[in-house]
Design a protein around this ligand. Structure first.
Ligand code: ASP
Ligand code: MG
Length: 422
């Protein structure tokens, strides 16, 4: 068998019937190699499911949100399929299952586990629809439940990959199917050893594409986006952006670390290890060159701006007259690790440790509870973290304008600020 190609289509590329027809056009002429297509939930349906879960947690009615979620998918199908097509019965079964699960009791202490059992339906439903549509268009393709392939531990919502088992699954289960079929599978979801669904972190479908490519030693991965490739800033936030024709793995990984949402942060490493190129291309302009991420030896000097939303700045102050030392830092980081909270920025002063973390349900409360006997803790929510790599002085002056800055950190190559949204 020749080398496998992996394509990944995110929510925006399957958000309505026309987008799914566009997906068909893109892949139709690009199926020379055995191909795996990894697909996310349609449009904003993961957010819609999160809202339903929040309502349930607040003991409020979610029935109208559920109806909107269901009808959104059914309406798309009415545009894509003849009335009597089997997809309608298939989806009925799925919607029945989601609703049944949503009617089960949700205990806040099991929230993460429960979340994964529900949230996966976005991906399951979208892949069922796309696979049926491609089959209708006479593309020979098989629907594969990603949970039979992606083996993980039971860190719900942030599951870690069991690489050995996942590789075995890829080789034993996917290779034979790929001989004759294009494989359609879900991004973002996996399964832990006792059989429960897990997820890999929001926007994790890119990572799934990279895992499959790595396990099968693929030829290349292509992520299809609504932008021309990797840009030096988010075009939704900044006017003048520059597209990279090529970008080194390390550079791309660094930008994702700061919060560039064009690719999930975990995507790069497995590909870099095997030298598998990652293409980022536009599904709106599929013939465009996009960006090729691989080994590039010339240093990038273009300034890159990355903005991360929903940040919390937490400050831990010592309560006696001692100074901050290693053991204070260790105490904070031990709890952060336990709660699986990643620190986006760290600053220490004589008497305090400040960290910037992503907003996550229940986590701040837990963090405070564990450390409030040792520190005086204060926090600010709803902040943005802005990072500029290769900053220039004018740029910094411009970016500082009209912002209420709570924290600033500058090195020779990187400028970062945390500020309140005004
Ligand atoms: N549907 C999931 C999310 O919205 C995974 C993904 O899109 O990659 O986070
Ligand atoms: Mg997405």
């Amino acid at each position: 068998m020749s080398k496998v190609n992996v394509f990944k289509f995110g929510g925006a590329s399957v958000k309505d019937a026309d987008s799914i027809k566009n997906l068909f056009n893109i892949i139709f002429n690009r199926l020379q190699n055995p191909t795996i297509i990894v697909i996310s939930a349609m449009g904003k349906s993961t957010n819609a499911l999160e809202t339903i879960l929040q309502l349930k947690l607040d003991k409020k009615s979610f029935s109208s949100n559920y109806t909107i979620f269901r009808d959104y998918h059914i309406n798309i199908c009415m545009e894509l399929f003849p009335k009597n097509h089997a997809i309608f019965n298939i989806l009925d079964g799925q919607f029945h299952d989601v609703l049944e699960m949503l009617n089960e009791t949700l205990l806040p202490e099991n929230y993460d586990e429960y979340y994964d059992q529900i949230i996966c339906y976005g991906e399951i439903i979208s892949t069922l629809i796309v696979q049926s549509f491609l089959s209708l268009k006479e593309i020979k393709c098989a629907w594969q439940d990603a949970r039979e392939i992606i083996a993980t531990n039971s860190d719900y919502r942030f599951a870690k990959i069991d690489w050995e088992e996942t590789t075995q699954n890829c080789v034993s289960k996917l290779t034979p199917i790929l001989e004759n079929n294009t494989v359609i599978t879900q991004g973002f979801i996996g399964r832990e050893t006792s059989g429960k669904t897990t997820t890999l972190g929001r926007e994790g479908s890119d990572f799934t594409a990279s895992i499959l490519a790595s396990c099968l030693q693929a030829d290349a991965v292509t992520i299809w986006k609504d932008v021309e490739g990797v840009l030096n800033a988010d075009p939704k936030r900044f006017e003048k952006t520059i597209k990279f024709d090529k970008l080194d793995y390390k550079e791309a990984a660094e930008l994702t670390y700061y919060g560039a949402s064009v690719i999930h942060p975990k995507t790069i490493k497995p590909l870099a290890n095997l030298g598998i190129p990652l293409y980022v291309k536009s599904f709106l302009n599929p013939e465009g060159a996009g960006t090729k991420i691989h080994t590039v030896t010339t240093l990038n000097t273009v300034p890159c701006i990355v903005v991360k939303d929903n940040q919390i700045l937490v400050s831990f102050r010592v309560t006696d007259f001692t100074f901050i030392n290693e053991s204070h830092i260790q105490q904070v980081f031990t709890v952060l690790e336990k709660l699986k909270l990643k620190v986006n920025l760290l600053q220490t002063s004589a008497i305090s440790i400040s960290i910037v973390i992503d907003e996550q349900i229940f986590k701040l409360e837990k963090l405070m509870k564990e450390l409030e006997s040792i520190f005086n803790i204060r926090y600010n929510e709803q902040l943005q973290l802005l990072t500029v790599k290769n900053h220039t002085e004018e740029m910094v002056t411009e970016l500082l304008k009209n912002k209420e800055i709570l924290l600033e950190q500058v090195t020779r190559t990187t400028f970062q600020i945390v500020y309140k949204l005004t």
